[in-house]
Write a protein that binds this ligand. Structure first.
Ligand code: FDA
Length: 308
């Protein structure tokens, strides 16, 4: 099944309801999602930190369709940041925020609303002593997200950005964001994008990732190299060494539930590693993206659907 077919099927509400009822779904969700509640995710984050890892917590949910819900999501982040602070974890735990969850996708003044909510979350993060990174969603939101980032960084320069190597524009965005103090997460990109804006072949995406990593690691910014790809981990390590970067002047990032052994291997090698830990009930879109990345998970999943 191609990525496009998977993403198209995922938009079907009946299929979504059916998938949510399959027992195996729960097992797969448990692999990638830390739990449904704030308590659960703070507990998991505490365990990861105790084992030498850093964490970015994501409250699951995207494409909020009403302003009241966008406000509730912002509240959830403020409460989460209080809990992180109370748990003494703020030195190692930040949050990742999807702007579409806090109003960006709303028709009237969505961007303005998302910016207001993002400001509140950034202020709560600063009060706790930690930071926010703005996740990047599909390419129709890239300009809007980067413009909100620019606004936010006027008051909160510590706010992290995400750039996706599969987009043809990203090398240029890397150059724009590679300035001192700028925190930039580089990932391959997880959405179903057309050839007009995105590389379609894995090898082209990988080559773009390396070109972007070269720009970020040669500059005085703070690169956050988000990948599980063994070749890219090796290449970015070599680039960091070539640029004489001290360990801790950049970091590796990986997803909760993906290659945990590699996460600990890097920690043992003295690297800073951050795990992206999602929590909450609204896990469907996140799970579909993880299935699309991993054909082995997808075939296991489809076999279980067929046997129902
Ligand atoms: P690739 O997909 O080539 O995977 C390399 C290897 O990693 C695989 O062969 C497999 O062994 C393992 N692997 C990868 N995915 C797996 C999975 N789901 N289950 C099991 N094993 C798996 N994207 C985006 O568009 N916007 C964003 O804001 C973010 N944010 C983000 C944060 C962090 C911390 C990470 C690690 C990733 C993201 N992503 C993202 C997702 C990213 O764009 C990408 O889809 C995934 O990281 C998979 O790409 P890899 O670089 O790991 O390579």
């Amino acid at each position: 099944m191609s990525r496009s077919v998977l993403f198209a099927a995922a938009r079907n509400e009946h299929l979504k309801e059916a998938i949510e009822r399959i027992p195996l779904t729960r097992r797969l969700v448990a692999r990638y999602v830390a739990g449904a509640t704030e308590d659960a995710v703070v507990r998991v984050a505490g365990q990861l930190v105790a084992n030498g890892l850093n964490v970015s917590i994501d409250h699951l949910g995207e494409h909020t369709r009403d302003a009241a819900q966008a406000g509730r999501v912002a509240e959830t982040y403020v409460s989460l940041l209080d809990a992180v602070d109370d748990g003494g974890l703020a030195g190692h735990v930040e949050v990742s925020v999807k702007l579409s969850a806090i109003g960006q996708a709303l028709h009237d003044d969505g961007e303005k609303l998302a910016l207001e909510h993002a400001r509140r979350i950034c202020q709560a993060a600063r009060n706790a002593g930690t930071t926010v990174t703005l996740d990047m969603e599909d390419h129709t939101t890239t300009d809007s997200t980067l413009s909100i980032l620019r606004e936010l960084r006027l008051d909160f320069p510590e706010t992290g950005a995400v750039l996706q190597a599969y987009l043809r524009r990203t090398e240029g965005d890397c150059r724009d964001l590679a300035y001192p103090g700028s925190r930039v997460r580089l990932c391959k990109g997880a959405y179903d994008e057309p050839p007009s804006v995105a590389f379609q072949h894995r090898s082209d995406v990988d080559r773009s990732y390396v070109r972007c990593a070269k720009i970020l690691l040669a500059a005085d910014c703070y690169p956050m190299l988000a990948t599980h790809d063994p070749r890219l981990v090796e290449i970015t390590g070599a680039l960091a060494a070539k640029n004489r970067r001290a360990q801790g002047s950049y970091e590796y990032q990986m997803l909760y539930g993906v290659r945990p052994d590699e996460q600990y291997r890097l920690v043992r090698a003295g690297e800073r590693v951050r795990v992206y830990v999602p929590y909450g009930e609204d896990w469907y879109g996140y799970l579909v993206r993880r299935l699309a990345e991993r054909p082995a998970n997808l075939s296991l999943f489809l076999r279980s659907v067929a046997s129902k």
